[in-house]
Design a protein. Structure first.
Length: 253
């Protein structure tokens, strides 16, 4: 299911097909089984309006959830760049040999983080997470000797900065895992199908093309929500502008 939700155009195609099928079934039921009389139309229109309003509210709330998660991923990208840049400067407080080692490791780590944001291959994330963990272990090991040999407040600043670098990656990972729940997608899809069944059943004029109007509009909404909510599969993605700018400013001499 997660693979499907990471492909916005698959979400669009599936939702369009399911909704149009629901509208067709409602229209078929009206024509073959039971047709509304004049007195029943007023009550039916109220039910139909209420269900459509519910669908609109759920789509609006879900869109707001997706935008909030997208903004969170952008904020954590900026926070990562700030943490790495601060630690790069603080590393100058270490002895010359240790400072050079930490600088090189931070440049390698920064390149890895940029690649993490830019890759669109979900299958590579496991390998990239392993690389990040390895570099983090090397960074922490690089500052331990000077911290143990010179436990001064100045060196403590470097320790604190490195801790911020490691925490920033954890916050970013949590934000990328924070997706719209599958149950919310299922509920929204079922309500959308029910709305189209009601539209098909309450249709007063024959014409299958007319039944496509609501499915297309709702499917476009689903496409946009899935696109924003997917960190890698969509067109709208968080680009590491801050990390790239930092990388350009701290290139190795």
């Amino acid at each position: 299911m997660s693979t499907t939700l990471d492909s916005p155009f698959i979400v669009f195609a599936l939702s369009l097909a399911a909704q149009w099928l629901g509208a067709y079934c409602g229209d078929l039921f009206r024509r073959r089984v039971h047709r509304l009389n004049k007195n029943g139309h007023a009550d039916f229109d109220k039910i139909q309006a209420a269900v459509l309003t519910l669908l609109a509210l759920i789509i609006g709330f879900t869109f707001s959830m997706a935008v909030t998660r997208y903004d969170q991923r952008k904020n954590y990208e900026a926070a990562e760049a700030n943490a790495i840049g601060t630690e790069y400067v603080r590393a100058d407080l270490l002895p010359a040999g240790d400072a050079a080692k930490v600088h090189q490791l931070l440049r390698d780590y920064l390149s890895q983080r940029i690649a993490y944001y830019e890759t669109g291959d979900q299958r590579r994330t496991g390998e990239m997470d392993a690389d990040a963990a390895r570099l983090q272990a090397e960074l922490w090991s690089a500052i331990l000797p000077p911290a143990q040999n010179q436990p001064t407040p100045i060196v403590a600043l470097t320790i604190g900065g490195m801790n911020d670098v490691l925490n920033a990656q954890s916050y970013t990972q949590a934000a990328w895992w924070n997706r719209i729940p599958v149950a919310a997608w299922a509920m929204m899809g079922l309500i959308a199908i029910a709305c189209n069944v009601l539209i098909g059943y309450g249709e007063r004029h024959s014409g299958l093309l007319l039944l496509l109007v609501l499915p297309i509009i709702v499917s476009i909404s689903f496409l946009l929500i899935a696109d924003i909510d997917s960190p890698r599969g969509g067109v709208i993605r968080v680009l590491p502008h801050n990390l790239i700018a930092l990388s350009q400013s701290m290139k190795a001499p």
